[in-house]
Design a binder for this molecule. Structure first.
Ligand SMILES: Nc1ncnc2c1ncn2[C@@H]1O[C@H](COP(=O)(O)OP(=O)(O)OP(=O)(O)O)[C@@H](O)[C@H]1O
Ligand SMILES: [Mg+2]
Length: 374
């Protein structure tokens, strides 16, 4: 039997736990002309939720396009990616591509080709046009197609906060200028640097100020995720004790990716065991941490001594009271301003983030690794 746990990929079908409420809410809202900003930390399951929502909407006859900004390294590349995905999402592409290009992209005249699996791919010569003119055609395409086909188009821009790296605010402004007039397209902007996404819509000076409603995605409720995990173990002939499943949830801090990762290793490693116990979970975790050690050492080596001290204390105190007098005294952290400086550096390196008055590890397992060091 193959391992019933999945991590590192989008999950759907029987691998997709719970989230019924979020799925229904998002799908329903996207049927209207809306702009939604969906923010959640890394590895909470945004992309999986989004892809499942798009699946539902496609079945209901809507056109959908999914664009992941994470992989774009320039605004030109982003526009190409955007165009290819919008054209691909409009389905009847093979028949109509030539027409699209003539009617909707008169200035850009992209070259259409096909990738090895037969999907349409566009290459653009944006350089011949001013960026603003190119952007206007690119970002209006979904609306034009939606109008022409008499269908709603749902466009998702995942990891949207990356846009600022591409072309500062110019690109943000170009997108805004186009989409603010769209009546037949719904937009979902998702991001894993929650504060960046929130700033984009809540700061008056930013192009996306008040451009849409903000939604956040929480963890899957503990009880429901525990039942989901337990059922998968039982169904695959490897029952586990309630203490074991609690330990999985605790060690992974109930972040979906890490819950699945730990379950995967537990299932994989103890093939001959008839009932899995808490001690097996602890051992599976140690195996994972040993595998991660080279990566974690690289992070460690990139830190100053004070940052190392601070991050260790953050692991020990669960990210709380780090600048308190007693903490500074007990752990020889020198001064509150030094701690604040190290915390800022650790946040900008993507190791910690601020959440509800505490510091949280972006990688839950890095925190487990540090706990073992101390
Ligand atoms: N609804 C779910 N049910 C079960 N597991 C899930 C669910 N959502 C996410 N996961 C687990 O979390 C992993 C990461 O999910 P996904 O890539 O959708 O998250 P993400 O928030 O988009 O992550 P990233 O920040 O890395 O882009 C999946 O591979 C899966 O192991
Ligand atoms: Mg994602």
């Amino acid at each position: 039997m193959s391992n019933p746990f999945k991590y590192g990929t989008v999950v759907s079908g029987e691998d997709f736990a719970n989230r019924d409420k979020e799925l229904r809410e998002l799908a329903n809202r996207l049927k209207e002309t809306v702009r939604i900003f969906l923010a959640a930390p890394r590895r909470y399951g945004k992309t999986s939720l989004i892809k499942n929502v798009l699946g539902v909407l496609q079945k209901e006859g809507m056109l959908t396009a999914y664009v992941d900004l994470y992989w774009a390294t320039s605004s030109r590349e982003f526009m190409e990616l955007y165009l290819s995905n919008v054209i691909r999402g409009s389905r009847s592409v093979a028949r109509r591509a030539a027409g699209f290009i003539r009617d909707f992209l008169p200035r850009l005249r992209p070259r259409l080709g096909f990738d090895p699996s037969g999907n349409p791919e566009l290459s653009l010569d944006v350089s011949r046009e001013t960026p603003a003119e190119a952007a206007e055609e690119v970002f209006n395409l979904a609306e034009q197609i939606a109008k022409a086909q008499g269908k709603r188009f749902v466009v998702v821009l995942d990891e949207f906060q990356e846009i600022v790296k591409l072309d500062g605010e110019a690109l943000e402004r170009q997108i805004r200028a186009a989409i603010q007039h769209h009546k037949n397209v719904s937009y979902l902007f998702a991001g894993s640097k929650s504060h960046m996404l929130i700033d984009m819509v809540s700061e008056q000076t930013r192009p996306f100020y008040q451009m849409g409603t903000l939604m956040t995605l929480d963890k899957i409720p503990k009880e429901e995720f525990s039942s989901f995990i337990t059922a998968k173990f039982v169904k695959s002939g490897k029952p586990l004790s309630p203490a074991a499943v609690n330990r999985i949830i605790m060690e992974s801090e109930n972040v979906p990716h890490y819950v699945q990762l730990l379950s995967f290793y537990l299932w994989d490693h103890f093939q001959g065991v008839s009932q899995l116990e808490e001690a097996h979970v602890a051992e599976a975790l140690s195996i994972i941490l040993r595998g991660q050690e080279p990566a974690y050492l690289t992070i460690w080596e990139g830190l100053t001594l004070h940052q190392r001290k601070t991050v260790k204390v953050a692991a020990l105190l669960k990210g709380r009271l780090l600048t308190a007098k007693e903490t500074i005294y007990r752990f020889h952290l020198e001064s509150a301003s030094n701690v604040a400086k190290s915390l800022r550096a650790l946040c900008s390196k993507g190791i910690l983030r601020r959440e509800k008055g505490a510091y949280v590890f972006e990688d839950v397992l890095f925190c487990r690794w540090l706990e073992k060091l101390t």
